[in-house]
Ligand binder design. Structure first.
Ligand code: MN
Length: 242
């Protein structure tokens, strides 16, 4: 019998009806399942448990969510920075570093791309409107609409995967990547210069991080976001054969 590979999907916690719950947007698990993979939701567990959980798992999705605590990149919080989730930060930082060590195929989405950059030594813009300026509202609260253009480096894995160097994406983010971490490279930007895509410099590691939300765009006429999940699934299947 053949089993599709498992993929770890990170999550948050939130109190609903007086009880703290583990929570992840269904769009992520749906998109992963639609790509032929088995989504396994990992709660914000301790770094030791997170590292144990990713053992023998062929892929990782770092999902969107809260602002990353700026203390993890050596800065005091900006007044507009949201309340951090210490347990989630710790869990995902450990997963991101483990993914690098083990060359685990990783799709890092929104906060996930930011966590990856911070885990590997980069920094973030904490509040785009006050610290970056620019001409685009990157958080217009229209998650499923393509609201701004993104230009992609033609030499990147991301461009090959999408089959395009110019796309239009949704946008729902408050932070963005500032100083890029060693071992990563910026491969996509919006018209106002905000970093919208990163990837591993080393071709041996399939790691793409995007600032937009591809999981919300898989049903659109444009096939870019379906292609992203399909390429991730190919990388996971390839890794799972080791
Ligand atoms: Mn954006």
């Amino acid at each position: 019998m053949t089993f599709a590979p498992f993929v770890l999907i990170t999550s948050t916690t939130e109190t609903l009806r007086d009880l703290p719950r583990v929570l992840v947007n269904e769009a992520y698990t749906d998109a992963i399942a639609a790509a032929g993979l088995i989504p396994v939701v990992l709660p914000p567990v301790s770094p030791a448990v997170a590292v144990a959980a990713i053992e023998d798992i062929a892929g990782l999705v770092l999902t969107g969510g809260e602002d990353v605590d700026p203390r993890h990149f050596g800065q005091a919080p900006h007044p507009a920075t949201g309340t951090p989730h210490a347990g989630r930060d710790a869990s995902e930082l450990a997963l991101a570093r483990r993914a690098l060590d083990q060359r685990i195929p990783t799709l890092a989405i929104c906060r996930g791309a930011q966590i990856m950059n911070v885990a590997l030594g980069g920094t973030l813009v904490q509040d785009i409107p006050s610290q970056h300026g620019g001409t685009i509202n990157h958080d217009p609260h229209r998650r499923t609409q393509r609201v701004h253009g993104v230009s992609i480096d033609a030499s990147s894995r991301l461009a090959r995967v999408l089959g395009a160097t110019s796309i239009v994406t949704n946008s729902s983010h408050h932070q963005s990547i500032d100083a890029i971490a060693p071992g990563l490279r910026v491969v996509a930007r919006s018209e106002d210069g905000v970093v919208e895509g990163i990837e591993a410099s080393d071709e041996d590691w399939w790691m793409i991080g995007v600032q937009w939300h591809p999981e919300e765009l898989t049903d659109t006429p444009e096939d870019w976001d379906r292609r992203l999940f399909a390429a991730f699934a190919d990388a996971v299947r390839e890794a799972g054969r080791d």
